[in-house]
Design a protein around this ligand. Structure first.
Ligand code: SF4
Length: 234
């Protein structure tokens, strides 16, 4: 009954006004994916302006780049990736533009704290094998502090301990085994926004290549529609 539980949770999130009541947002308009079951969960920072209009996570330019990466990791298309990966974010509402800068405002610690029970419940319902943590805010939720260059291209267990990707571990991952590491496994990716200069360096692009190879192994056995058959996309 995973998808049914998710649908109920989504209804609660869509009615949430906590950040408005706390004076942190002028409007609460949560953006959520379709409530179908998946054992890979992708967590980003927060929806942007385009997502707010499209009512779908990762619909803007950064999202298109992200789905190009997922296609490189073995998904056949954006639609296939959306069926296989439940895409959500640390906070569910558009935080508005950054003050005096470009791009969107990073949600405050209070917004993150107010919204955290929803992400906790999403993860509790889905029990993912793999969490793809996109960008610094999502990675800070799952991993100890550290530079991006020491995260991308690596995989970590639920305790934040790096998992050595030996042939045996990769075989276990591809077969759905848990190996010796507590789940979920966390795979960090850089933020796909064009505003990020991190990928301009050749060595960082190579780290991303490695991360997508790892992701390809982890996604290998994923088939869309795991769960109870409710909410499975066409
Ligand atoms: S960001 Fe989260 S906690 Fe804040 S209003 Fe939106 S759904 Fe509620």
């Amino acid at each position: 009954m995973v998808a049914t539980g998710l649908a109920r949770l989504h209804a609660q999130v869509l009615g949430c006004t906590r950040c408005v009541e706390a004076g942190l947002l002028s409007r609460a308009e949560p953006v959520l994916p379709q409530p179908w079951a998946a054992s890979v969960v992708l967590v980003g920072q927060a929806p942007g302006r385009v997502e707010l209009v499209a009512r779908q996570p990762f619909s803007g330019r950064a999202g298109r780049q992200l789905f190009r990466w997922l296609v490189r990791a073995g998904c056949t298309s954006e639609g296939d990736a959306r069926r296989r990966v439940y895409c959500t974010s640390i906070t569910k509402c558009y935080p508005g533009p950054a003050l005096g800068g470009t791009g969107d405002r990073r949600p405050s610690g209070t917004e993150v704290r107010l919204c955290r029970p929803f992400l906790d419940r999403q993860l509790q319902l889905l029990q993912p094998r793999v969490i793809i943590a996109v960008g610094g805010l999502a990675q800070s939720r799952f991993l100890p502090p550290g530079p991006l260059a020491e995260r991308v291209g690596r995989c970590f267990d639920a305790a934040g301990v790096e998992i050595a990707m030996t042939p045996r571990t990769l075989r276990a991952a591809a077969c759905g085994g848990r190996g010796d590491h507590p789940r979920p496994w966390v795979l960090p990716l850089p933020h796909p926004s064009g505003a990020s200069r991190w990928l301009n360096r050749c060595e960082h692009a190579l780290l991303l290549d490695g991360a997508l190879l790892l992701l390809a192994a982890l996604l290998h056995r994923e088939r869309p529609g795991r769960g109870d058959g409710v909410g499975i996309p066409p």
